[in-house]
Ligand binder design. Structure first.
Ligand code: FAD
Ligand code: SIN
Length: 516
């Protein structure tokens, strides 16, 4: 049994920034971070565009950012949360800078502010097209300066330990030794990120399997808005399977056009903001264009842009395209929408508290009310920074009695069991990804959702049998979690009766009408 005061599950921006602050505030308390892959592996590391923050007081204002967020969320944002998050942006950016993160400046020495879909102003602070990499680098360095923080990489959190709706820690699998460890903690933070690999067709790295949300669901925490899956309009189209490389929305903010194979700039037919309409609208428009034409992808045309400036702003994107034979000065980049972000998650209040006592959630795995039916570009890093600070402030300023369970926490007892063939689990995972892509995608049909729900019921039964009868492994647990997440997405999609933001559902008789 490992005892700790603060157990943090996940080492992206949400988990690490909370760890730094709480470790500083309580140097005598133990902070433990467990993370299932290398310590820097996370969605955070791949963030390209940047962080939306109001810095230009001449052209921009909090009110404009609030308004853009509300419009993007299509009436389902919590306005008080939006106001709180937007106005705290500059303070959170200052902290990142103090921890050593570097952001690009213009020739006047001011922060270079990029533009993305749904933003009425340039307000995206960035580090070239590697913003997440730079943030992760800086905060990990800061974490390693703290003597009271322990980072345990390659530790996969299996389940939360709860009694009477209160959380006392978690069980985790040491992936190197296969030992199952029991962590008893006063406070537990889920910062486990997104769900992308439920779709396969995603911009997310392989770690994004919704584990934290599934664990919270098993612990009876409330989840909300799971039907609002954000599809990014411009993932690089490649026929290979697995994560899709992102072509940042900032490239459209820089002036790139979306075209059909025939060269038609179709976005203006759908929205007067053209390529810079919000992400839900651009993805739905591309989806419809592809259905109409039967083509596999559309194209991003950068040929009219200043190449030298492009390379300066987007070195990673330029290089990736070049490596597969695309010369952006001459060739259009083939793109398709891919799963990118989960707007919903574990429901939390303004202090990041879940419905389970002593359990907090932050970042992409949480549902704060900021995003509503569709997240405004570059509001995610901002949300994670603001909420990790809220949780920190709540825990730092209150004298909180650390709750003690009535029954002593039981250590996980391992029994020797046979090892499951990985090929079987991989095949089930592929089938699940295929089902989600086919039945629970940008446009959904009630009949497809009902069919998928039936399928998932069978798989849930099967994976539970596997779980009981075979040795615990990361692959089995991730698949179990993904089936749980798929079920939540489908159930909440069925319950959602209104088409809002990134959610579009039809009855089968409406298909013709939609396509026309
Ligand atoms: P993550 O950064 O994903 O971290 C989750 C952590 O939890 C990881 O360390 C993971 O290994 C760990 N974990 C998960 N499950 C377990 C488990 N069972 N046990 C132990 N550890 C576990 N947002 C913006 O605002 N601006 C952008 O420009 C932007 N660009 C993006 C580009 C890409 C390609 C992607 C994929 C996302 C982008 N986003 C962007 C979204 C944003 O990056 C994420 O929403 C945000 O970084 C999430 O941070 P997080 O800390 O909540 O989760
Ligand atoms: C991008 O750079 O296009 C991603 C921005 C985001 O997800 O907020």
């Amino acid at each position: 049994m490992i005892t700790t005061n603060y157990l943090i599950i996940g080492s992206g921006v949400a988990g690490l920034t909370f760890a730094i602050k709480i470790a500083d505030r309580f140097p005598d308390k133990k902070v433990t971070i467990i993370t299932k892959s290398a310590e820097d592996e996370s969605n955070t590391k791949y963030a390209q565009g940047g962080i939306a923050i109001v810095l230009d007081e001449d052209e921009d204002s909090y009110q404009k950012h609030i308004q853009d967020t509300l419009i993007c969320g299509d009436g389902l944002c919590d306005e008080a949360v939006v106001k709180m998050v937007v106005t705290e942006g500059p303070k959170r950016l200052k902290e990142l800078i103090e921890w050593g993160a570097k952001f690009d400046k213009n020739t006047k020495g001011k922060y270079d502010l990029g533009k993305e879909g749904g933003h009425s102003q340039n307000r995206v602070v960035h580090h070239k097209d590697q913003t997440g990499f730079e943030i992760e680098r800086a905060i990990l360095l800061e974490v390693h300066k703290k003597k009271n923080i322990t980072v345990l990489d390659h530790h996969f959190a299996l389940d939360l330990i709860t009694e009477n709706n209160c959380c006392y820690g978690a069980y985790a699998l040491n992936q190197k030794t296969n030992e199952i460890l029991t962590f008893q903690s006063d406070f537990t933070l889920l910062a486990t990120g997104g769900i992308g690999h439920l779709y396969g067709h995603t911009t997310n790295p392989i770690i994004a399997t919704g584990d934290g949300i599934a664990m919270a669901n098993r612990a009876n925490a409330v989840t909300k808005d799971m039907e609002f899956i954000q599809f990014h309009p411009t993932a690089l189209y490649e026929t290979t399977s697995g994560s899709k490389f992102l072509i940042s929305e900032a490239v459209r903010g820089f002036g790139a056009y979306l075209r059909t194979k025939e060269g038609i700039r179709f976005m203006l037919n759908y929205d007067e903001r053209g390529e810079l309409a919000s992400r839900d609208i651009v993805s739905q428009s591309i989806d419809l264009e592809l259905k109409k034409t039967g083509e596999e992808c559309v194209f991003l045309d950068c040929t009219h842009l200043d190449l030298i400036e492009f390379k300066k702003h987007f070195p990673t994107i330029y290089e990736r395209c070049r490596s597969i034979g695309i010369d952006i000065a001459k060739d259009w980049i083939p793109v398709i929408p891919a799963q990118h972000y989960l707007c919903g998650g574990i429901k939390v209040d303004q202090n990041g508290k879940t419905s389970v006592a002593n359990l907090f959630a932050c970042g992409e795995c949480s549902q704060t009310g900021l995003h509503g039916a569709n997240r405004l570009a570059s509001n995610s890093l901002l949300e994670a920074l603001v909420y990790s600070d809220k949780i920190y402030t709540y825990l730092a300023n209150k004298t909180l009695e650390s709750a003690k369970p009535k029954q002593p926490v039981t250590e996980y007892k391992e029994i020797s069991k046979p090892v499951m063939k990985t090929a079987y689990i991989s095949k089930m995972k592929e089938d699940l990804q295929h089902l989600m892509h086919k039945n629970v995608s940008i446009v959904r049909y009630e009949t497809d959702l009902l069919e998928a729900l039936e399928e998932l019921k069978q798989w849930q039964y099967e994976i539970e049998l596997i779980n009981r009868n075979f040795q615990i492994s990361t692959a089995i647990c991730e698949l179990n979690n993904m089936i749980t997440i798929g079920t939540l997405i489908i159930q909440q999609s069925i319950s959602q009766k209104e088409n809002r933001g990134g959610f579009m559902k039809f009855n089968s008789f409406e298909i013709e009408e939609y396509a026309n």
